[in-house]
Design a protein around this ligand. Structure first.
Ligand code: ADP
Ligand code: F6P
Length: 492
């Protein structure tokens, strides 16, 4: 039949995500400094411009006093391109919900790392109290959504932090249009079933009208979790429970590619490019840009680079790896361990292969601003993305967007969602296989120009035609259609 298209520039959209696009740092009694948040979710959602958007989320800071809360809410409302509304979470909730349940339980499980040992063996108490805090935090997000909701709004919930939110929202207002999108992989049902709260989480997500994933595989895993764990019927459209259909589909995210391409013309970016080119003249430059997270396979990447240097002495003074790894979730012990592990490996390799004038690895624990990042993407010869699992990986998209003139090579993990879209142009690798990654580095560095051009062209076409805006428009349009279809079904 005829497809209804609800895309309009006037649609009000309430984006609900754990993190706001800016994080606040207190400056004096009631003044705040706002810093850009780092992560794929923020990058994607900031590329969405077609809607009248309000973004509800946590500002990454504890604000116990009411005066401070009001001051921060005002600062957030005034400054930004998208209006931001803060959700305030106290320290204990953040500890149990964000550090605990989200980043120590759901995150590793969804990336096939498994559950932490202590929770598996010990008291179900600590697990249970973290899950209780998770539900409490989701209720607090629901309170703020309710406060700002107007009839007709589309409410789009994001990520593993807010799997309980669709249920909270629908219980209070069954007419609300609710979508939920996951930015991580959804694992095989055999992995998901390890989770003690597996039933409750699946049921809460199913309260949404539309559930979206980056890839068809993640959507399929979710449907089989619902059929195998909940015993529900999976249909080509989604999952059905007592006559209620929850639509489930893949919506691969993209970036605002134009923003990157245009930035390359800016004088400040050109200046950064000039400095970098001078600094590394005569050497090939390989680039890694990641949050310092165990899923990114940073130790594996560095070890593969070491193996490459070991086996190719002729390259030792001619290639450098720049690894920019911004610290993330630093209160979670696993992340602290990773930081020291990476520092230890980098030190060892630089000691082994460095000289008085040059080292093979430049590792920075920091984020770069947008202009520096664009310049780096543009001047480097090879990008190395070695995620052990990754929902999509937008760094790979950003690299491709900035390589129109240089036509650098992308080495990409087959375990990143992006392997399904950029696989034909990239060199795909299994990041666990250090030998394979090392030989791919050699292949990339020696690749003839015509092959580089062909591969780049393939990926560039994809990146400029699958944007963040397109992703959001398709999701919201699909959500509106889903709701009209459900209304028609109940009338029949
Ligand atoms: P994730 O969401 O897991 O962090 P993505 O690759 O999808 O992974 O997105 C990461 C986003 O964060 C990208 O937009 C990238 O530019 C940005 N980013 C990651 N690391 C850094 C860094 N060290 N400095 C600046 N930006 C970074
Ligand atoms: O894209 C994955 C993701 O978990 C996002 O949800 C999040 O914004 C990003 O990584 C950064 O993590 P955090 O919000 O914990 O700093």
């Amino acid at each position: 039949g005829e497809r209804l298209d609800f895309r309009t520039s006037k649609q009000r959209l309430l984006v609900v995500a754990n993190r706001l696009p800016v994080s606040a740092v207190r400056h004096g009694e009631d003044s705040w400094q706002l810093e850009m948040s780092v992560g794929g979710l923020v990058t994607a959602l900031l590329g969405v411009k077609e809607f009248d958007t309000r973004w509800i989320g946590w500002a990454g800071v504890n604000v116990p006093d009411e005066i401070g809360q009001k001051a921060l809410a005002k600062a957030l409302d005034e400054k930004l391109m998208q209006r931001c509304i803060p959700v305030f979470l106290d320290e204990e909730v953040v500890h149990q919900y964000y550090n605990g349940y989200c980043n120590n339980i759901l995150w590793p499980l969804f990336h096939y790392i498994g559950l932490p040992q202590e929770d598996r063996l010990a008291t179900t108490r600590s697990f249970q109290s973290q899950f209780d805090a998770y539900k409490k935090a989701n209720q607090l997000f629901a309170d703020v959504v309710n406060e700002h909701y107007e009839e007709g709004d589309v409410v789009w919930c994001h990520d593993y932090h807010l799997m309980f939110l669709p249920k909270c929202l629908k219980e209070r207002n069954s007419k609300m249009k609710v979508g939920w999108f996951l930015h991580t992989p959804f694992p095989s049902s055999e992995i998901h079933r390890m989770l003690p709260s597996r039933l409750e989480l699946l049921r809460s997500v199913l309260a949404a009208d539309l559930v979206g994933f980056h890839t068809y595989d993640y959507a399929r895993h979710f449907v089989s979790a619902c059929t195998r764990i909940l015993g529900l019927e999976g249909t080509p459209e989604g999952v059905e429970d007592q006559g209620k259909l929850t639509r489930i589909a893949a919506f691969p995210v993209g970036i605002d590619s134009e923003r990157f391409i245009k930035a390359l013309e800016l004088p400040e970016v050109q200046d950064h490019m000039k400095v970098l080119k001078q600094r590394f003249a005569g050497r090939k430059v390989m680039l890694g840009v990641d949050r310092l997270d165990m899923i990114k396979g940073i130790p594996q990447k560095i070890l593969a680079f070491e193996k490459f240097l070991e086996e190719n002495p002729n390259w030792r003074n001619k290639v450098v790896l720049l690894q920019i790894a911004v610290p993330t979730r630093t209160d979670v012990p696993e992340y602290q361990k990773l930081t020291s592990q990476v520092h230890e490996i980098v030190g060892r390799i630089n000691g082994r292969f460095g000289s008085l004038t040059a080292v093979p690895i430049h590792h920075l624990d920091r984020s770069l601003d947008f202009h520096e990042l664009c310049a780096l993407y543009a001047v480097t010869d090879v990008a190395l993305v070695t995620s052990l699992r990754d929902g999509m990986n937008l760094v790979s998209y950003e690299y491709v967007a900035c390589q129109e003139s240089k036509k650098g090579v992308l080495i990409l993990s087959e375990f990143a969602g992006a392997a399904q879209s950029l696989g034909a142009g990239a060199i795909l690798v299994n990041p666990w296989n250090v030998t394979e990654v090392a030989s791919s580095i050699g292949y990339a560095l020696n690749m003839p120009a015509d092959e580089r051009e062909k591969r780049h062209h393939h990926n560039f076409k994809h990146v400029i035609s699958h944007t963040a805006q397109e992703w959001a428009s398709t999701f919201v349009s699909e959500l509106n259609v889903t709701i009209v279809e459900a209304q028609l079904r109940t009338r029949q």
